[in-house]
Design a protein around this ligand. Structure first.
Ligand code: 5AD
Ligand code: SF4
Length: 576
């Protein structure tokens, strides 16, 4: 079989990015090649997101284009992976018959087999010119509701764990390699059932991975040069693994269903008694894999955040002081309708407690907090909205993702609560909160000026990437590849690593005021983009005589003094 070329595009959250990375690793090992353009691929895969309708619409429009292509090139195989596949199931194929493969997020370990079957069937059908039979090329793997059927996974091997365990870690710079930073899953699924959210249905019940698997994966990544690990979970701080209840199948300890536990703000009473709590896990990774210079985690659930976790973060210098804890609303009536399980007062009490433990700007260790808010949830009155604005003022997020409520079929809110806030009102509330948060973000940023702290250097800033793309030698070769002039390991230094290639220069939006060259910057210097451990972006100008250092800085932690705060980022200077 000739090497198949695959285009894989990822929508949605970090969990999807990790899933795509794991899937790509598996397919690469089987000889598939990845390309940056769908037109150059004979296998097109979309790893999809169903959290909001907008993300789904993008996939529908991609599939529309694929349909046209497939009329000309029937051998092309199209696959929908992830939450849309799980949620829509075979309805998706009925609506878009161009789709050959459906693979839910809980079945991704089966994708290589599905793909192989689809490709072979296509080939043989093509040979027979049997258009009628084309339907049988379809391959479907969905979890359905099986993940919620039993109280334990003991009955069956959790095959998805094999996907995580089989992770192929490439060194930085190689194909599929990292840039010093990687995600590691610690839990999958969610048991919270917020009334607006599809995740408990698409990703299934909450499952916690065995701590040894997680620590081993971190160690493997560190050995390959990763220095920043972000632990992933839908409610990441809910992690807990009861060793006494562990089940082993074929010598492999299985992930464990989330178990009811008292939660609340107290330290987990089971710490050190045969249970690995979230606090224990953080401490273990920190202590056993010291080569990881930055340990982060997303996304946290505001309840069930014990003081033990905050203490562990405070006492372990390589754990980032960054919390992403969505509030969703500042109105108790709305939080109740959303089934969030906490009040505004409890949420704010948590933030105060977290800051009391972790906000130490005087030693270069401020706590940065990010949030999520939904506006226009059913029944949101002007008073509810004002309460949310007040919450933003109190919470002082470094940034906040603000979403307009999007009714999702299958959720409780969709079935029971009319989507009664008009679109124009949702849009206005969205814009008002964005403006408010912009001011708060600027104020939070201003507090950083003069601070000395560590930053993680990610690559050239977008300004440099654009500049390199505009350089005469970068034009006219048909691949106006961003950052052609400045590469690391053959890969453009500044373009974000994506599985679907690097963004082309023309696809990049114009420079914002923030990114415009500083008037006093050296003419041939280089600007790199870095992040604080609280996830604030810092631009650092390296003058001409130090520009050569840019390459050696990427993927490393450097000490930096913040000199200026701009609308979307900070400006800093290197101290070493
Ligand atoms: N509509 C709008 N936003 C949503 N989110 C989740 N479901 C919906 C929905 N139906 C938001 C929440 C969550 C983030 C990942 O997406 O704020 O924290
Ligand atoms: Fe969705 Fe709520 Fe679970 Fe987050 S905690 S994934 S919003 S159900």
């Amino acid at each position: 079989m000739p090497a198949r070329s695959v285009y894989l595009e990822t929508f949605g959250c970090q969990m999807n990015e990790l899933d795509s990375e794991l899937v790509a690793g598996q397919l690469r090992a089987l000889g598939y090649r990845f390309v940056g353009e769908p037109d150059a691929a004979d296998v097109i895969l979309y790893n999809t997101c169903s959290v909001r309708e907008h993300a789904e619409q993008k996939v529908w429009s991609r599939l529309g284009l694929d349909r046209l292509r497939k009329e000309r090139e029937p051998h092309v195989v199209v696959g929908v992976l992830g939450c849309m596949a799980e949620r829509d199931g075979e309805d998706l194929i009925r609506r878009m018959p161009v789709v050959d493969i459906l693979c839910g997020p809980g079945e991704l370990d089966k994708l290589p087999a599905l793909l192989d079957n689809a490709v072979r069937t296509r080939d043989s059908l093509q040979a027979d010119a049997d258009a009628e039979g084309a339907k049988s090329a379809r391959q479907v793997a969905l979890q359905g509701s099986t993940s919620r059927r039993s109280g334990t996974l003991a009955a069956a091997q959790d095959t998805l764990e094999m996907l995580d365990l089989s992770r192929a870690v490439s060194p930085a710079g190689g194909e599929g390699g990292h840039r010093g930073s990687a995600y590691v899953r610690i839990t999958r699924g969610c048991n919270k059932f917020c009334t607006y959210c599809v995740v408990p249905f698409t990703r299934g019940a909450e499952v916690h991975r065995p701590p040894d698997h997680i620590v081993d994966e971190c160690r493997k990544l560190a050995d390959a040069g990763v220095i920043e690990v972000t632990l992933l979970g839908q409610t990441v701080n809910h992690y807990r693994f009861e060793h006494g209840a562990a089940v082993t199948v074929n010598g492999i300890v299985q992930p464990q269903k989330g178990r009811a536990y008292a939660g609340g703000h107290r330290a987990d009473p089971y710490r050190g008694t045969g249970v690995t709590t979230f606090a224990d896990l953080l401490a273990r990774i920190h202590d056993e894999v010291p080569a990881i210079r930055r340990l982060r985690f997303v996304t946290s659930y505001p309840r069930d955040f014990g003081d033990d976790v905050l203490q562990v973060i405070r006492d372990h210098p390589r754990i980032c002081r960054y919390l992403h804890v969505p509030a969703q609303s500042g109105s108790n009536a709305q939080l109740k309708a959303m089934n969030r399980g906490y009040t505004v007062e409890e949420y704010l009490e948590f933030l105060d407690r977290a800051r009391a433990f972790l906000h130490q700007p005087e030693i270069g260790r401020p706590l940065a907090v990010a949030g999520d808010i939904i506006v226009g949830f059913p029944g949101e009155s002007d008073a509810d909205f004002l309460a949310t604005a007040r919450l933003l003022e109190r919470a002082r997020y470094k940034n906040c993702f603000i979403f307009k409520y999007s009714p999702r079929p299958g959720t409780v809110a969709y079935d029971k609560l009319p989507d009664d806030v008009p679109e124009a009102v949702k849009r206005r509330r969205n814009n008002e909160l964005l403006a408010l948060q912009q001011r708060i973000s600027a104020e939070v940023g201003a507090e950083y000026v003069g601070m000395e702290l560590d930053v993680f250097v990610e690559g050239l800033s977008r300004r440099e990437v654009k500049r390199a793309a505009r350089a005469p030698h970068a034009r006219g070769n048909g691949h106006a590849h961003a950052g052609v002039a400045l590469t690391i390991g053959g890969r453009p230094l500044g373009a974000p690593e994506t599985l679907h290639g690097t963004p082309s220069a023309c696809a990049m939006p114009p420079l914002s005021e923030d990114e415009a060259p500083r008037p006093d910057a050296a003419p041939r210097g280089v600007q790199v983009s870095a992040r604080t451990d609280g996830d604030l972006i810092v631009h650092v100008d390296l003058p001409a005589d130090r520009a050569a250092r840019a390459e050696s800085l990427v993927g490393r932690v450097a000490r930096c003094r913040i000199t200026e705060s701009r609308q979307l980022s900070l400006v800093g200077e290197l101290l070493d």
